[in-house]
Each structure stands twice: as structure tokens, then as C-alpha cells.
Design a protein around this ligand. Structure first.
Ligand code: SIN
Length: 487
């Protein structure tokens, strides 16, 4: 992005450098700020308040004050506001996508895709808001009636990651606001501007003051207040398993309801009866979305003996045709990683695999374009014991292992503490059912490399988390079930 375009974007009313608390734009009490850099060149793009415990507490109190009026609105009225928010996001999609690429680095076409995906949660939950159905149950005694009603859980808090700066907020806020909850969001410090742009649009859409708040700053202090404040009845977090388990411990003191979308280690299995061209396209989509920085990105490829060499050959051609560049370059399919730590992790996984005997077929090194650039990489001969098969790499590396039998592939796929997404390709309907049911994951892509969808329940099993976002289940996470016995 050239200097004039950057200056224009900075002047855009959606590019806010203050927090949004109780319907007002606010600075930190201390005046402290956090600087935000562009991952493509590590240049400064703007700053946001470095808020802490006191400001988080005020945001929670504002959310609590606005709760009675918001939950008393009809579901239809709340849905209408969410629908306006969705439309405003689409009307401003170009600006929102440019803000995202500037702070997160992903290719502009992917940012546009994320804005549409993010907006789709508001539309989905605008419609779902009126389906918070209860039920009646036949009572044991003829003079009694049993009724079950659904009520909003109360003030909700969201802690969101840098890899999907817009959709991880709308997936939580759409459900919370539709259910009648109010919310305080703490976005990742690397990507706060997408969150603040959403707050501006919330205001324009008519979200009442205090119903949606965004607080940037110290993760430790803000998250500590969110889990420590008894006014908060629900905490939703997307991020690492390490941080998720800390939050779980902290939330225990107030017995807060939790949704945790944590780390993954997704397998991608190609069986000998797969359509190989479709499998290669699915592999590219499932591996290189957001340059591999997606919780549902494939981390491990298992390819059956009979098709291994043909699959690797086709995949190599596809990988070598990919263009690595600045997210604003329309040619770019893959873009810089978020920071140096991410680059170091990716390269250390590659070094460990090669050091233990894997073959480096393409890439495997940083690119001269800039500090955060790593070439799309293909490794073969990877074994289950290598670091790259055991930990989430979060980068553009395809690690391929060959297998002989279906049982072996399933064993290896399940040999991990994680269970977020999994993918497999097969044209055999019997195998499709067997494998889909045997895989330990919350989401399974069958002959499909992209699984994310507002209408579907997104979430993991084992150490990949608790609860579901999106779908009917997403609304349920923000509702309490109350049983009434009428004598
Ligand atoms: C994630 O990386 O956790 C979110 C990806 C998605 O919603 O598709």
C-alpha cells in the first residue's frame, strides 16, 4: 500500500484509534498507548489505548447497565439491529478489508472474504434471534404444568485472536446480542483496528450504548477483570490451548460459562480411491488459507501408498505456482506471517523435520521480500514423531507422510491431544461413513477443504476446546435454560 493510500485510510472514519466504551470513544486513564505495525514491512500504522483493569471494569459495568433494556427488546427488534450492522459491513467491505490487510497482512481478496464471512454471522443470528424456543413437558401430576424457557445469560466477554480480526468478533457478538446479552470485547493487540471499525458500525447500526464495547490493551489485566468480575456470566475465547486453560482456571472462581475455541492439529487424509485433482485443490484451500495461520488449517497430510507420488507431484506444481507477496498486491496468494515469533516457529518445525530425515521438496526458507515472509514449503517423508506432526505450525508448510491401511491413517489422525478440524478425500461411500465417524474432531471436511460457515456449529473436542459457535448451537451458548413448574 503506498503512502497516500495509507494516509487516506487513516483519515477514514472507520479507522478509529480509541476504545469504544458505553457508546463513547475513550482513551486509557493513563494515556498509555499500544503501537500497531504492518506485518508486511513492520512499519507503524497507528496506535490504540493501552487500557487495563479499571477501564475493563467500567466497560463491564456499562454492559451490565444496558442489559435490562436490551434483553427486554423483542427478538425481532434485536434482529433488525443486527441485520443493519450486517448491511453496513457489506456497504463498507472495501474499507474494512483494507484495514484488515494493513494490520493482519492477509491477501486483500481473503480479507474481503473474511468481511463477508464476518457479516454473515450477523445475518444468521439476526434470523436466529427469534428462534430461542423453549418447550412444554407433560407433568407427572394432572394439576401441574412444566414449561422450559430460554433467557439471556447476562453480560458476556469475548477475547479474540489476530488471525481472523473481524469474524471471530461477529461470531461471538452476533450470538450474544441476538440472545439478549450485552458484550465487552478485548481484541488481539496486533489487530485492534478491525474491532474498532466494527464498533463504529455498531453505533451507526443503532446498537444502544453499552451493549457492545471494545477495550484494547493489557491482555492479562483485561482478561483478569473479565474472569474475576461476577457481573460477567459468560466468557468466550478463541486462541491457544495454553491461554484457554488459564482462563478456565480463572473463570472457575465465579463459575462463569465458557466457550473455548483453541488450538488444532488438523489431519488431511488422501485415500487411494480419492479424486486426486479435487484433493490437491482441497489441500491448497485447507492449508494455505491465511498463509496457514488458521486454527482449522491442515497441519499433517497422510497419503496412501498407491497415490502418494502422484499426489505429491501435483501438489508440488500447485505450491510452486503460488505467489508470495504483500497482501495489497493482487497477485498474492500467500502473504507475510504475523511476526518474528511466527517465522521462528515455522522454520524451527522445518529444521526439526529435515534434521530427522524428512525431504525438503520446495521452499523451507525465509524470503528476501521482508522479515515476516516464509516461502510456501513442501516436506515429504515426515514421521509421526517429528515436532511438525505434534504441534500446530501455523504457517505455510505442507508436511506429508505416507500410510498403508485405513486403520493406520485413523490411528495417526487421532494420535494428538487436539481435535478441532479434520479432512479426508475418498470416493468410497462406505469408507466415508466409517472414517467420518472414527475421527476424533469437532468438524470433518469430507471431499472439502473449506468448512467454515455461519450456519454450522464450529468447535473442537479434546484439548481443542469447549462449546460451539455459529449454527443453532451458537445461540444456545448465550442462553440459560429455566424450568417453571406451575401448580
Ligand atoms: C480460526 O482460525 O479459529 C477460525 C477459522 C474459521 O472460522 O474458519
Amino acid at each position: 500500500m503506498n503512502k497516500e493510500a495509507l494516509a487516506d485510510l487513516r483519515d477514514n472514519p472507520l479507522f478509529r484509534q480509541q476504545c469504544f466504551v458505553d457508546g463513547e470513544w475513550a482513551d486509557a486513564d493513563s494515556g498509555a498507548v499500544l503501537q500497531v505495525d504492518n506485518p508486511a514491512n513492520r512499519e507503524f500504522i497507528g496506535q490504540v489505548p493501552r487500557m487495563g483493569q479499571a477501564e475493563a471494569q467500567r466497560a463491564i459495568e456499562a454492559a451490565n447497565c444496558s442489559l435490562p433494556a436490551w434483553r427486554e427488546q423483542t427478538a425481532e427488534a434485536r434482529g433488525a439491529i443486527l441485520y443493519r450492522w450486517h448491511q453496513l459491513m457489506l456497504a463498507h467491505q472495501e474499507t474494512l478489508a483494507a484495514i484488515m490487510t494493513l494490520e493482519q497482512g492477509k491477501p486483500l481478496a481473503e480479507s474481503l472474504g473474511e468481511i463477508k464471512y464476518a457479516a454473515s454471522f450477523f445475518k444468521w443470528f439476526a434470523e436466529e434471534s427469534r428462534r430461542a424456543y423453549g418447550r412444554t413437558i407433560p407433568a407427572a401430576n394432572s394439576d401441574q404444568r412444566i414449561v422450559v424457557i430460554k433467557q439471556p445469560i447476562g453480560v458476556a466477554a469475548a477475547i479474540t485472536p489476530w488471525n481472523f480480526p473481524s469474524s471471530m468478533i461477529t461470531r461471538k457478538a452476533g450470538a450474544a446480542l441476538a440472545a439478549g446479552c450485552t458484550m465487552v470485547v478485548k481484541p488481539a493487540s496486533a489487530t485492534p483496528f478491525s474491532a474498532l471499525a466494527l464498533a463504529e458500525l455498531a453505533h451507526q447500526a443503532g446498537v444502544p450504548r453499552g451493549v457492545f464495547n471494545v477495550v484494547t490493551g493489557s491482555a492479562r489485566e483485561i482478561a483478569g477483570e473479565m474472569t474475576g468480575n461476577p457481573l460477567v456470566r459468560k466468557v468466550s475465547f478463541t486462541g491457544s490451548t495454553e491461554v484457554g486453560s488459564v482462563l478456565m482456571r480463572e473463570a472457575a472462581s465465579n463459575v462463569q460459562k465458557l466457550s473455548l475455541e483453541l488450538g488444532g492439529n488438523a489431519p488431511f487424509i488422501v485415500f487411494e480411491d480419492a479424486d486426486l485433482d479435487a484433493a490437491v485443490e482441497g489441500a491448497i484451500a485447507a492449508k494455505f488459507r491465511n498463509t496457514g495461520q488458521t486454527c482449522v488449517c491442515v497441519n499433517r497430510f497422510y497419503v496412501q501408498d498407491a497415490v502418494h507420488d502422484a499426489f505429491v507431484e501435483k501438489l508440488k506444481k500447485r505450491i510452486e505456482s503460488m505467489h508470495l507477496g504483500d497482501g495489497f498486491d493482487p497477485q498474492s496468494d500467500v502473504a507475510p506471517l504475523i511476526n518474528q515469533e511466527a517465522v521462528d516457529k515455522v522454520l524451527s518445525h522445518v529444521d526439526d523435520a529435515v534434521g530427522q530425515g524428512a525431504s525438503l521438496v520446495s521452499g523451507g526458507k525465509p524470503d528476501t521480500r521482508g522479515d515476516n515472509y516464509v516461502l510456501p514449503t513442501l516436506l515429504t517423508g515426515v514421521r509421526q514423531s517429528m515436532q511438525i506432526m505434534r504441534e500446530e505450525t501455523f504457517g505455510p508448510v505442507v508436511a506429508v507422510s505416507r500410510f498403508a491401511t485405513e486403520a493406520e491413517a485413523i490411528d495417526w489422525a487421532n494420535d494428538t491431544p487436539f481435535g478441532l478440524a479434520a479432512y479426508f478425500y475418498s470416493e468410497n461411500v462406505h469408507r466415508v461413513w466409517r472414517v467420518a465417524e472414527a475421527i476424533e474432531a469437532g468438524m470433518v471436511g469430507i471431499n472439502a477443504g473449506l468448512i467454515s460457515n455461519a450456519a454450522a456449529p464450529f468447535g473442537g473436542v479434546k484439548s481443542s476446546g469447549l462449546g460451539r459457535e455459529g449454527g443453532v448451537e451458537g445461540l444456545e451458548e448465550y442462553l440459560e435454560t429455566k424450568y417453571l413448574l406451575m401448580g
